[in-house]
Design a binder for this molecule. Structure first.
Ligand SMILES: [Zn+2]
Length: 210
């Protein structure tokens, strides 16, 4: 004789199915669609950025940017560079390049400068809620890889390159070139490698985790 399952059995079975379907969702499922990374090495050409002696922000930003590009491509992630040489590019043009793509993220790479040489550390700026999440992932990894003073993440509505970019956008200040210790570190390939790896790890963490 066929008996209707009790309400308790039905509830248990429903609960089991919910649990089963949750387990069947692949753990590598991406939380956010990121189909391209737009890397923007700051400044360039006539715009040197901050500088001390022969150390120019525009050159260091490009060196880190090219390392990020290589790491991302090695992981199969499509990359667009706003510049790959020492050329000038307006902020509007940089944002327009990013705005060509759907589901992109934008990372602008800079080094900081201050009139007080004691200022040091790393800071990450963002614009918008998704930018904030991307900034948090990248910043956390910069801190752990670089062992550097935490100057936090901050929303910057005044930075055109972030404000005009429609996709999640962040700007990383990798070190203070006005600080003698950080200026020396920033020129080392190993430091630039660590910056690049932190940025790449942060992007993939943003893509994967909520
Ligand atoms: Zn800059």
């Amino acid at each position: 004789m066929h008996q209707r399952p009790s309400i308790v059995a039905q509830t248990l079975r429903a609960g089991f199915l919910v649990l089963l379907s949750a387990c069947l969702v692949p753990i590598h499922a991406d939380a956010r669609p990121v189909s391209r990374v737009v890397i923007d090495p700051g400044h360039g050409g006539k715009d040197k950025g901050t500088h001390r002696g022969s150390v120019y922000e525009k050159n260091l930003a490009l060196q880190v940017g090219l390392k990020v590009e290589a790491l991302l491509k090695a992981k199969g992630m499509p990359v667009t560079m706003t510049r790959r040489t020492d050329t000038f590019l307006s902020l509007e043009k940089r944002a327009a390049i990013a705005n060509r793509y759907k589901d992109a993220v934008f990372v602008s790479i800079h080094f900081n400068g201050h009139s007080n040489y004691r200022y040091h550390g790393v800071e990450t700026y963002y614009y918008g809620a998704q930018g904030q999440k991307l900034a948090a992932h990248i910043h956390l990894r910069l801190l752990s890889r670089l062992k550097i003073k935490n100057r936090d993440t901050r929303q910057r509505k005044d930075l055109a390159v972030l404000r005009l970019t429609r996709c999640p956008a962040v700007l990383v200040e990798c070190a203070y070139l006005s600080n003698p210790y950080e200026r020396k570190r920033a020129q080392k390939g190993s430091y630039q490698d660590a910056c690049a790896q932190a940025i790449v790890d942060g992007i993939f963490a943003y893509k994967t985790y909520r």
